[in-house]
Design a protein around this ligand. Structure first.
Ligand SMILES: [Zn+2]
Ligand SMILES: [Zn+2]
Length: 338
C-alpha cells in the first residue's frame, strides 16, 4: 500500500509500505477519507514522521474472525488504540483509557496504525457504522472536526437558551460553530485571523477580534451585559483560554479542547472560580454512545459542507500539507485512492 511520510522541513511524500493483516478482533479498513489535523506542525518544523493521521472513514475489507463488523461495512475509524476492557473503555470514554495497546507489539509492526494510508488496522468495536447516504468525506468529520466540541457541548448541556463563545476558528472551532448552531445556541466567535473569521461568519457566527481593547465589552453588549453562558477554547493559546474565562458570566461553564502542552494558564481561584462560580473542564473527544448524534448532525446540518474546504488525492500530499499549514483552510481531507 501507499502511505504518507514527512521527510523533513516542508517535505512530504508517499512511500510503499506492507499491507496490514487482520488479527483477532482487529480488522483491515480500506481508507477512503483521511482528514488532516495537526500534522502540519511536524511538516513545518521538519520533524520526520513515518506514521501520520488519526482520523478516517473507510470500508472493512478483511477480518480474522466473526465479530462486530463484516467485510463491506462502511465505518468511521475512531482514534487511538485503547484496551477495550477497563472501566473507561466499557463506559464509552475509551479516549481516556490508560491501558492502550502497544500497536507494534500486538500487530508485529506499526504498519496499519496510520490513517494517512490506503489501509489501516483497528479493533472492530472502534468502527461504528456510517448511515446510508452519508459520504465517506462527511462521515470522517466525526473525527476532530466535530468530535471535540460535540463532547464538550454535550457535557455543558448547551441548548437554544445559551450563548456560546468559541475561541479560535480553525477546523475544530468551525466544527464547534456547526455543533452549537445545531443545538440552537447563539454563537460568538473570537478569531483574529481574517480568513478564519470569514469562515466563521459564513457559518452564521457573530465574530469579534479578541485583540480589540474593547473585546470583553463587545461580548457583554452581545449578551445583555452578563457575558456568555458557555465558552470553549479551540485555540490552545493562553490569551484565548484566558479570554474564555473572562468573557463567561457568573455560574457559567468553560471548556478547553485546544491542546496546550507548553504554557500554563494562570487561573485565580477566588475571583475566577469561587466567587464567579465557574465550571472549568477539559474535553478531548466524545463518548462512543454519542456517535449516532454526531451522525445526525452530519446528516441534518445545512452547514456541514462548509467544514470541508479541500479534498486532495493522497499523491498530492505536498500541496495538501501546504494548504493545511496555511491556517486558512477548514478541514483538508485526503483521498488515499484518488
Ligand atoms: Zn481501556
Ligand atoms: Zn485530529
Amino acid at each position: 500500500m501507499k502511505k504518507v511520510v514527512i521527510l523533513g522541513e516542508r517535505k512530504a511524500v508517499l512511500v510503499d509500505a506492507p499491507d496490514p493483516q487482520p488479527k483477532d478482533n482487529w480488522v483491515v479498513v480500506k481508507v477512503h477519507a483521511a482528514p488532516m489535523c495537526t500534522e502540519y506542525k511536524q511538516f513545518i518544523a521538519g520533524e520526520p514522521r513515518d506514521y501520520l493521521g488519526h482520523e478516517a472513514a473507510g470500508e472493512v475489507v478483511e477480518v480474522a474472525q466473526p465479530g462486530r463488523v463484516r467485510v463491506g461495512d462502511r465505518v468511521v475509524v475512531m482514534p487511538t488504540y485503547p484496551c477495550g476492557k477497563c472501566a473507561l473503555c466499557t463506559a464509552g470514554d475509551y479516549i481516556h483509557c490508560e491501558h492502550g495497546y502497544d500497536f507494534a507489539a500486538f500487530a508485529g509492526s506499526r504498519e496499519g496504525s496510520a490513517t494517512m494510508a490506503q489501509y489501516l488496522l483497528k479493533p472492530d468495536w472502534l468502527l461504528p457504522p456510517i448511515p446510508d447516504g452519508v459520504s465517506y468525506e462527511h462521515a470522517s468529520l466525526a473525527g476532530c472536526a466535530l468530535g471535540p466540541t460535540f463532547g464538550a457541548f454535550d457535557t455543558m448541556g448547551i441548548g437554544a437558551f445559551d450563548s456560546v463563545l468559541i475561541a479560535g476558528a480553525g477546523p475544530v472551532g468551525l466544527g464547534g460553530i456547526v455543533n452549537a448552531r445545531f443545538r440552537g445556541a447563539y454563537v460568538i466567535v473570537a478569531e483574529p485571523a481574517p480568513p478564519r473569521a470569514a469562515r466563521a461568519r459564513a457559518l452564521g457566527a457573530t465574530v469579534i477580534d479578541p485583540r480589540d481593547a474593547g473585546a470583553l465589552d463587545q461580548i457583554k453588549d452581545l449578551t445583555g451585559g452578563k457575558g456568555v453562558d458557555c465558552a470553549i477554547d479551540c485555540s490552545g493559546v493562553v490569551p484565548a483560554e484566558r479570554f474564555c474565562i473572562d468573557a463567561t458570566r457568573r455560574k457559567g461553564r468553560v471548556a478547553f479542547v485546544g491542546e496546550n502542552h507548553h504554557t500554563p494558564l494562570p487561573v485565580d481561584i477566588s475571583p475566577d472560580m469561587i466567587r464567579k462560580g465557574l465550571t472549568l473542564f477539559g474535553s478531548w473527544h466524545y463518548n462512543l454512545n454519542l456517535f449516532p448524534q454526531i451522525m445526525q448532525v452530519i446528516q441534518e446540518s445545512p452547514l456541514i459542507e462548509r467544514l470541508v474546504s479541500h479534498v486532495f488525492p493522497m499523491h498530492e500530499i505536498q500541496q495538501a500539507f501546504e494548504v493545511s499549514a496555511s491556517g486558512e483552510a477548514a478541514k483538508v481531507i485526503l483521498a488515499p485512492w484518488g
